[in-house]
Design a protein around this ligand. Sequence first.
Ligand code: AHR
Length: 495
Amino acid sequence: MIEATLTVRNDSPIGTISPRLYGHFAEHLGRCCYDGLWVGASNQDIRHYDGFRADVVDALKKLPVPMLRWPGGCYADHYHWRDGIGPIEKRAVRLGMSCGLQVEDNNSLGTHEFIKLCSMLGAEPYLAGNVGSGSVQELCDWVEYCNSNVKTSLARERAANGSSQPFGVRLWGVGNENWGCGGNYDAETYAKEYRRYATMLRHVDPTAELVACGHEDEWNTKFLETNRRHLDLIDHLSIHRYWIQGGPEIEFTEAQYYTLLHEAHATENFVQRTAEFIHEHLGTQSHQIGVALDEWGVWHPEARTWGPDSENHRSPITYEQAGTLRDALAAAIALEGFHRQCHILTLANLAQIVNVLHAPVMTEGASMWVTPTYYALQLHIPHIGAIALPVEIIHSATLPGQESAVTATASTKASKIAVTLINRHFDQPASIQLATPTAEVVEHASLLTADQPQAVNSSANPDCVKPVEMTVYADGKNQWRVELPPHAIATIQFG
Ligand code: AHR
């Protein structure tokens, strides 16, 4: 049994946990968009809202999904937005390309459909623009089409296609992974290209928030250095982090379990380092550039053709993988870091929203189920929009990666406190002494765990892992005792 003591502090609040840190990512890749989200407006077999699967939309509404990035990913640098507007039956059929796949793409899910999905979900749209095979003018036109209030031909075309009101899309990605699939640029060349795009895009819509393509430290430094006199053209610097070292999706060992959780934990350090590079370049300028972790999550070997153990990938590759309780713990560990860095991390998108990679929602034919990660995200709802508070670990056991076995994140909203605790230990329960600054009663407490971290939901067994209510014991003024099983996440809402 692990004994741990944690204290929530309210003397040095970290910042607001923006809803944008709970963003999602829908790429035209495998069965994420087509089949997972979109079944088509004329589909007679699956219940849908204007072409979007009703069961999936209903589940996503409860997550929630405050922000959604689309249409890629690597797909974005092949995407021509004009292919996806106008009468569906007249839309061009193109090669749908991302991550080595080539599929027939009828463009039936285009800009208007995506904006409709966002409004159903209450999500802010984030559009990823095409740099690799597009042009500055093409992206400027997309921004004008979406956002212009002036009755230009493009705005009239938008109205003729059903939306007299502008969509008001604030977030625009200027390419995706342009160091790789988005054109194999070197950092300096992309930096100059970015500058041209950003200058022209700002003329079209000065309120657009532009997301530049970042990468690892060396690229980020060169990109910022090349644009040192134009840093005001950058609002967010995009980085991606996939955890790939954890062995098989389900049949992992204890050592592999810890390796994956360690990778998830290290994401925070990557965000911090990126913010430090930005800070070094900005110096005393008042303009701010946020870190945009606009793709994050687990990418198991069964779902990729590259990286460790990828010889075990499914054939043909579908980019689909089983999501176990271990993946939910990894997500919760990353979210802890997001909260701690909420003053520098401006947005984050879990990759991806349905069926593909670290998906919270899965479909198979007419059936739909949610993964343990879905519930891990739901356990964090009380933190969204709240003020993040530091949690001091006074005492705990240490894991092989040197992290604490028991960790937590806390926040306050409307004078109430929410705490999410994680027992990361593979097989040891934890007895936790928790001190809160003001709490008087426990309003609600939920626990997510299972007999083993390999536990997984499926079409045949959709409720294998799901949250249950739990008891928290008062142990003196503002003192609480929480008993957590191994590999568990719990959220306590205090009043
Ligand atoms: O999410 C899958 C792929 O991962 C995206 O298309 C790309 O941006 C990244 O490499």
